[in-house]
Design a protein around this ligand. Structure first.
Ligand code: SF4
Ligand code: SF4
Length: 77
């Protein structure tokens, strides 16, 4: 369903507040552009936080931010 609502932008990136991330993986799973992954490293709470290794893949659709239960993601576009 998120694809129906998707609006894309040519230049976009996300900022993830790693300390708030609990590694639920929802943002990774629902990113329609495969732009997110969980890091190998852990944050200070012991979780593997979401990261955006390649900002060039991001299209600013905001699906990740909408899905995050911790409100840890901000989208810039
Ligand atoms: S804004 Fe959209 S394309 Fe960018 S990381 Fe989030 S879900 Fe993926
Ligand atoms: S949805 Fe939020 S809490 Fe879950 S992995 Fe992504 S950034 Fe972390």
């Amino acid at each position: 369903m998120w694809r129906l609502l998707e609006r894309t932008y040519s230049v976009a990136k996300v900022e993830i507040a790693e300390v708030r991330c609990k590694a639920c993986g929802l943002c990774v799973r629902f990113c329609p552009h495969d732009a997110l992954e969980l890091a190998n490293e852990t944050n200070e709470r012991g979780y593997h936080p979401a990261t955006q290794p390649d900002a060039g893949k991001c299209r600013g659709c905001t699906s990740c931010a909408l899905m995050c239960p911790e409100a840890a993601i901000i989208v810039f576009r």
